[in-house]
Ligand binder design. Structure first.
Ligand SMILES: Nc1ncnc2c1ncn2[C@@H]1O[C@H](COP(=O)(O)OP(=O)(O)OP(=O)(O)O)[C@@H](O)[C@H]1O
Ligand SMILES: [Mg+2]
Length: 273
């Protein structure tokens, strides 16, 4: 990617606050998807949100990027507190995401799908675009070049012209990551990026997530059910259950927290046995 690699994360892990969620509540009819949830994500962290099915994890990401409007609470992003955030505001201020269910244009190529992630960067006017002159042409070429670099980074060069609907599932997830990266986000939200993948695909995806964080200093909020992956990648973890926060801390702290083990990790370990 064109962005300059920044100094390696490591020491810089605990950067300044990027996102602060305070007492966020969200209801659907009688269902309390989120109840007074609070946590803080610092710059350059890989911050994971875990919990059983229906715990409210995706709902939390949807509040952060403005798809859902919390009924109470505050979300402070880059120092600016808000009761609500609109999706276009989130996107234009550097929040990008991937979805639990892949949301790509299946008939379009890998390159064209990734290009859709750059539309917010476009500066040229409608007329310039229609006439394909001057700035529009230069801009299109620069965007294309940027997206080709993402394709190289994600090692999907041989699929750049392939319609994504024909790609194996694991590669589609990678294209979706590419589209999110094309927006050059400051905060990248990943909703189960490894769901349905085999071991090798998971290892590849884990490596890309680490590289994105390490080389480009991108802050990542990750939802993932595979505990081995979560414990390996995360700097910090928050645990939700029935819309409530039941634990938070480092991977070591969370994996030895009796409440978390009882509500979530216990059942996970039984499933895996
Ligand atoms: N758009 C919606 N309309 C109605 N109910 C919803 C909606 N979105 C989420 N919910 C409900 O909110 C609760 C939390 O759902 P959410 O999808 O956030 O859970 P999750 O932790 O992401 O679960 P999973 O691990 O299965 O993806 C669930 O009871 C769900 O049915
Ligand atoms: Mg979910």
């Amino acid at each position: 990617m064109a962005a300059q690699p920044q100094e390696s994360a490591g020491a810089a892990r605990a950067g300044e606050s990027l996102l602060k969620v305070e007492d966020v509540q969200l209801s659907f009819g009688g269902v309390h998807a989120l109840r007074n949830v609070s946590f803080e994500i610092r710059r350059r962290q890989i911050f994971s949100i875990i919990g059983p099915n229906g715990a409210g994890k995706s709902s939390m990401l949807n509040c952060i990027n403005g798809f859902y409007q919390p009924s109470a609470g505050t979300i402070t992003y880059k120092g600016e507190p808000r009761k609500q955030m609109r999706p276009y505001q989130a996107a234009s201020q550097g929040i990008a995401r991937t979805f639990q269910n892949i949301a790509l244009f299946t008939g379009m190529s890998t390159l064209d799908n990734i290009m859709t992630g750059r539309h917010l960067k476009a500066q040229s006017t409608l007329v310039e675009n229609a006439l394909w002159i001057g700035r529009a042409r230069r801009e299109e070429m620069a965007h294309r070049h940027f997206c080709e670099e993402i394709i190289d980074f994600l090692e999907i060069q041989q699929h750049r012209k392939t319609p994504v609907g024909t790609l194996p599932y694991g590669l589609q997830k990678r294209v979706e990551l590419g589209r999110a990266l094309a927006a050059e986000p400051e905060l990248l939200l990943l909703d189960e990026p490894m769901a349905g993948m085999n071991l090798e695909e998971k290892q590849d995806m884990a490596r890309f997530i680490l590289d994105v964080n390490d080389q480009y200093g991108m802050t990542i909020a990750l939802i993932e059910h595979d505990m081995a992956v979560v414990m390996d990648l995360s700097d910090r973890i928050v645990v939700l259950d029935h819309g409530e926060k039941i634990g938070e801390g480092t991977p070591d702290e969370v994996s030895s927290d009796p409440r978390v083990i009882e509500a979530y990790l216990g059942t996970q370990q039984e499933e895996e046995a």
